[in-house]
Design a binder for this molecule. Structure first.
Ligand SMILES: C[S@@+](CC[C@H](N)C(=O)[O-])C[C@H]1O[C@@H](n2cnc3c(N)ncnc32)[C@H](O)[C@@H]1O
Length: 358
């Protein structure tokens, strides 16, 4: 399941090559010797606490730890995305938030194939991006052949009738894209949400809400912003985790990122529920805060032809200015004695954050 899928993105990542060159130039002239060179390889695998502890042991390791921290804070996506997504903090001493980056949906961490650690902040910018990847879970027939994709070599959004994937709409009004069982590649025009983040974004620290995701450029209404990537959970697992997170959050220092999306069939008879937990493993969408007025993003379910589970994607609900915080509504507010205080600042603020009933 952890096959790298990032080759194509890396090929176009000119900025990372430039960063790499810059880093090479910035490397201290002072040769560190085999001992410190070894630490250059180890430090990117450490948690912030381990990094802080090791930095206390010698001046050289302190220097190396500082460089690792600097590189981490310069790109939360650790080269998985097309552009770096930096952390900005002018209010306290948190340089970055630590988590495992996955550019797309993955299956729960109970599986032993999932990494407990991920390299982040090494001199080699391409190394982390090649370590984690996801193969979409696809529908197969009884002979093991993928089903329901198109045979197009290249699908053209100017001619949507030419490709069956454009027109496949189901009762849930999901957007449909070409997928794992189609003949076309990642450059196909009907794979808008599969190429990762292509807009300039940044993660900014706020005194009351923690980190938040901001636009670092103008974003036009209806533009695709990012997918909500993380661990795809069963409802039972999501309920258990939410209970654990509620307990941890009660002291105000823990921030979870479990998103539950319910999509009702127009008939009202059934409901589809998708639980994605980006708390431990996720992408930049885990930093999007709640706004009681609905914010400037909308979620849409996108199914790739032949893939088993739809993905949750964010689109701009209106034009968004550079430096504006990105936000959406986490859902209906239910009155709970232990609800977290909301600081969205909108005129329609309820005062409490929406939360799942557990
Ligand atoms: C998905 S995370 C968003 C990123 C988070 N701020 C962080 O620092 O990682 C959700 C958490 O962010 C905080 N949060 C989100 N929106 C908020 C708001 N409007 N007011 C206060 N806290 C908010 C809450 O702690 C919530 O549990």
């Amino acid at each position: 399941m952890w096959e790298p899928d990032t080759k194509k993105r890396c090929q176009t990542n000119e900025h990372h090559q430039q960063q790499q060159q810059q880093q090479q130039q910035q490397k201290p002239n002072n040769p560190t010797g085999p001992f410190l060179q070894c630490f250059e390889l180890i430090l990117p695998w450490l948690t912030p606490i381990e990094l802080a502890n090791i930095s206390l042991t010698s001046k050289s390791l302190n220097q190396l730890s500082k460089s690792t921290t600097l590189r981490r804070s310069s790109d939360a996506s650790r080269s998985f995305e097309n552009l770096p997504i930096p952390f900005h903090n002018t209010i306290d001493d948190h340089p970055y938030a630590h988590f495992i980056y996955t550019p797309s949906q993955i299956f729960p961490s109970s599986s032993s194939s999932q990494p407990q650690r991920q390299s982040w902040g090494s001199l080699d910018f391409s190394s982390s991006a090649s370590r984690l990847g996801v193969e979409p879970v696809s529908l197969v027939d009884e002979l093991g052949h993928s089903v329901s994709g198109c045979d197009c070599e290249r699908c053209d959004d100017e001619d949507p009738d030419g490709c069956p994937c454009f027109s496949e709409m189901d009762e849930l009004d999901m957007a449909n894209e070409c997928g794992p069982s189609c003949g076309c590649g990642l450059e196909c025009e009907n794979r808008l949400t599969q190429r990762g983040v292509s807009l300039r974004l940044k993660i900014v620290r706020d005194g009351r809400k923690g980190w938040g995701l901001y636009a670092d450029q103008f974003i036009e209404k209806a533009q695709f912003v990012c997918e909500y990537a993380g661990e795809l959970l069963t409802t039972k697992e999501a309920t258990n985790r939410q209970q654990m997170y509620d307990k941890l959050a009660s002291d105000g220092r823990f921030s979870s990122a479990l998103l539950v999306l319910r999509e009702h069939l127009p008939s009202g008879k059934a409901c589809m529920r998708i639980n994605i937990d980006a708390t431990r493993m996720g992408n930049v969408a885990r930093f999007i805060n709640h706004s009681c007025d609905g914010g400037n993003l909308v979620t849409k379910l996108v199914r790739s032809s032949g893939a088993l589970v739809p993905r949750i994607c964010f689109f701009a609900s209106r034009d968004i200015k550079e430096n504006e915080e990105l936000a959406f509504s986490y859902g209906e507010v239910r009155l709970r004695s232990n609800g977290l205080q909301c600081f969205c600042g909108s005129s329609s603020c309820f005062g409490t954050l929406p939360s799942e009933n557990t």
